[in-house]
Design a binder for this molecule. Structure first.
Ligand code: PLP
Length: 341
């Protein structure tokens, strides 16, 4: 089986850096969706509480319920309230969703400033306030999400300008409806790290806290360079064999030994979250090469090691799979053992 270690020092180091940018720990809303980016929902919630984080963001109501004891504020991005809760806030992702929430539910209005995915349109703001009032919802915040905060293409600035307009109209409407104080937030990790003098009410930070923020050199900030990956993945050897020259390893015999070599097989494969697209070319941080195809529950490496480090920086693993660290991390199944070190 494979197992995961979570480096507490690295996690706290990352939170220190993020808190410098937000200026206070209280403005960090730690994003814990998808099993805390594969790190383990309860493991990360407990560490975050120990550090002094009070806010969290999740996808579902079920996730919110699990972490309720750890935080004072939880924002659910994509679910409907089951029962009212002091701590949990729900996202309005489109106008028709407003009537799905019960009276007095705390909600936050997501506004589409250019990503064209979720959120009401900018010209629907007035109607949204009216509908929330009619439904008796407690509107606490307006937020948006950036499509291109990690890219240098001008789109980030366009959305920033759009959100500025939303803020101005939102403040006017809040006065009209006697809502005070309305809160505003727009930054994910990349947006926070490219913002000087952060002034919003909170930042929704995921990947930077896990130490895998990847920004192009042109927009990378000094702070980003000091983030450290939290998660390392190890696998235990299931069997070891000496493969003779000319023998073939794994499905399709995709690897042919050109010389006699030791091949260790680990009971860890794409079924556990080791992307099959890492087959053939993957090299571990210690320089150990994968051989052949990754199977559902197995992967073989050119080594005899009993305990093998698979990766300690998801960004590096992502390069082999032609993907991003987010996919490498969230692919890791919840049943893998996670140990804080
Ligand atoms: C996932 C998510 C985030 C966190 O993004 P990172 O790039 O991991 O910091 C923030 N806001 C919303 C709405 C999200 O869905």
């Amino acid at each position: 089986m494979a197992s995961i270690t979570l480096n507490k020092n690295h996690f706290f180091n990352n939170l220190d850096i993020i808190a410098k940018l937000t200026k206070t720990k209280d403005k960090i809303a730690l994003v814990l969706k998808d099993n805390a980016y594969g790190h383990g929902l309860l493991e990360i919630a407990a560490l975050a509480k120990e550090y002094g984080i009070t806010k969290a963001v999740v996808r579902t109501n079920a996730e919110a319920k699990k972490i309720e004891p750890f935080f004072a504020y939880i924002l659910v991005l994509a679910d409907i309230a089951q029962e009212s809760s002091e701590k949990i806030r729900y996202t309005i992702n489109e106008l028709p969703a407003i009537e799905k929430f019960a009276k007095n539910t705390k909600v936050e209005l997501k506004v589409d400033t250019g990503m064209c995915r979720n959120g009401i349109r900018m010209d629907e703001l007035k109607e949204a306030f009216a509908l929330c009032a009619k439904q008796g919802l407690t509107l606490e915040a307006i937020f948006t999400h950036h499509s291109s905060a990690d890219e240098e293409n001008g789109y980030f600035d366009l959305q920033k300008r759009n959100f500025q307009k939303v803020k101005e109209e939102g403040k006017r409407l809040a006065k009209e409806y006697g809502i005070a104080p309305l809160r505003f937030h727009s930054c994910n990790s990349a947006a926070l790290f490219r913002t000087d003098n952060f002034k919003e009410d909170m930042a929704r930070v995921g990947i930077a806290a896990y130490g895998c923020l990847a920004l192009p050199a042109s927009i990378s900030s000094l702070h980003g360079k000091h983030l450290r990956p939290v998660l390392s993945l190890y696998a235990d050897r299931l069997s070891l064999r000496r493969v003779q020259k000319g023998e073939r390893v794994g499905y399709g015999g995709a690897f042919e030994a050109l010389f006699t070599c030791d091949v260790a097989n680990y009971d860890f494969g794409y079924g556990d979250g080791f992307l099959r697209s890492c087959s053939h070319n993957y090299v571990t941080p210690e320089g150990i090469k994968i051989v052949g195809r990754i199977s559902m529950d197995n992967a073989s490496f050119l080594t005899n090691k009993e305990h093998l480090l698979i990766f300690n920086d998801a960004r590096e693993a992502a390069k082999y799979a032609g993907t991003i660290s987010y996919e490498i991390l969230t692919a890791l199944k919840p049943y893998l053992k996670r140990v804080v070190v």
